[in-house]
Design a protein around this ligand. Structure first.
Ligand SMILES: Cc1cc2nc3c(=O)[nH]c(=O)nc-3n(C[C@H](O)[C@H](O)[C@H](O)COP(=O)(O)OP(=O)(O)OC[C@H]3O[C@@H](n4cnc5c(N)ncnc54)[C@H](O)[C@@H]3O)c2cc1C
Length: 298
């Protein structure tokens, strides 16, 4: 039986694995290698790793982990997880079954893009979700914010920090209050409420937003508000309590309401969603597991 199985090998799961391995626990990490940032070429904002390709980050992380003989990594999806009296039973897609005393869920989130023709062609190359991640590269450029979300006012203010040339497209929705509209106008941010018919461009490079009324807005880059959903149903099927915004509720050491189940990284939706934060949360969850195992065993 393993001391801990980690499900998900993004930055949170990989850092959890590092701390658990160094904590001398017998652990296994499962990852089906479909991270949230797979669409991007560069990841920013992690000191010593600024601008790294996400796949290279992962390769380096796995190389760091290779030196710990008490850790096994499998490139495989976990399809089910059951809590028994003494342990958790883990089922993989190749019908293998494993047992573990603790489980860390580091399965991440998925971005659901607004249903606009062509939008997938540009997400991660010229349309991004987070100005903290990609604002620097787009600074002072004419930008678009595509959003149907009422929280867009704050996002528009944030993007304005990187570029003063901003147009917000709400795709047919009326999402701003009168006061917000006035403030946007005061800062020369145009709001277009017309329905978008498609996005145009080549090889991942956006060139224009075309509207149903045939108007065309020329923009080479920008941001889009996505709907974030859990990448895996495992937490919910185990009975983990979800927060109002669909994150998994955890304490400061990643403990969920299910004893022995920990969560870290984007899945909690409680902290800013960035690689460095996810890695830090992985550390905290691993420390939670080690603390709890030590208390049980001592
Ligand atoms: C377009 C875009 C650009 C971004 N740019 C940046 C940036 O520049 N800087 C930055 O700091 N952050 C950036 N982010 C955010 C960053 O990607 C996330 O915050 C980070 O990846 C979260 O790490 P995580 O470990 O929680 O989840 P993830 O990185 O999503 O990893 C989860 C892993 O779990 C695996 N998994 C899921 N379910 C299962 C299962 N059942 N069995 C086995 N494996 C499973 C997945 O395949 C995946 O490999 C960006 C995000 C997007 C969408």
């Amino acid at each position: 039986m393993f001391d801990c199985v980690i499900i998900g090998g993004g930055p949170s799961g990989l850092n959890a694995a590092l701390i658990l391995a160094r904590g001398r626990k017998n652990i296994m990490l499962f990852d089906d290698d479909n991270p949230r940032n797979a669409v991007t070429h560069e990841s920013h904002g992690f000191i010593t790793r600024d601008g790294v390709k996400p796949s290279e980050f992962k390769r380096q992380a796995k190389a760091d982990l290779m030196k710990y003989p008490n850790l096994t990594m499998y490139n495989e999806r976990v399809v089910d997880l059951k809590k028994e009296t003494q342990c958790f039973v883990i089922y993989t897609e190749s019908n293998k079954i494993y047992e573990s005393r603790k489980v860390i869920l580091a399965t991440g989130l998925k971005d659901v893009l607004p249903p606009i023709d062509g939008i997938h062609n540009f997400y991660g190359t010229s349309l991004f979700s987070c100005p903290f991640c990609d604002g620097w590269e787009l600074k002072d450029q004419p930008l678009v914010l595509i959003t149907e979300n009422p929280s867009a006012f704050h996002k528009a203010k944030l993007i304005f920090n990187w570029s003063r040339d901003l147009v917000v497209c709400t795709n047919g929705k009326e999402i701003f209050s009168k006061e917000q509209q006035e403030l946007l106008l005061k800062n020369k941010i145009e709001v277009i409420e017309e329905t978008i018919s498609c996005l145009e461009g080549l090889a991942g490079n956006l060139s224009a937003i075309r509207f149903k009324n045939q108007r065309q807005l020329k923009r080479k880059a920008g941001f889009v508000t996505t709907n974030l959903v859990q990448a895996s149903p495992l937490a919910e099927s185990l009975g983990c309590v979800l927060t109002k915004n669909g994150g998994i509720e955890t304490d400061n050491f990643g403990r969920t309401n299910i004893e022995g189940v920990y969560g870290c990284g984007d899945i909690s939706k409680s902290a800013p969603m960035q690689v460095i934060v996810a890695a830090g949360e992985g550390t905290k969850a691993a420390m939670g597991v080690i603390n709890d195992l030590v208390n049980e065993e001592f």
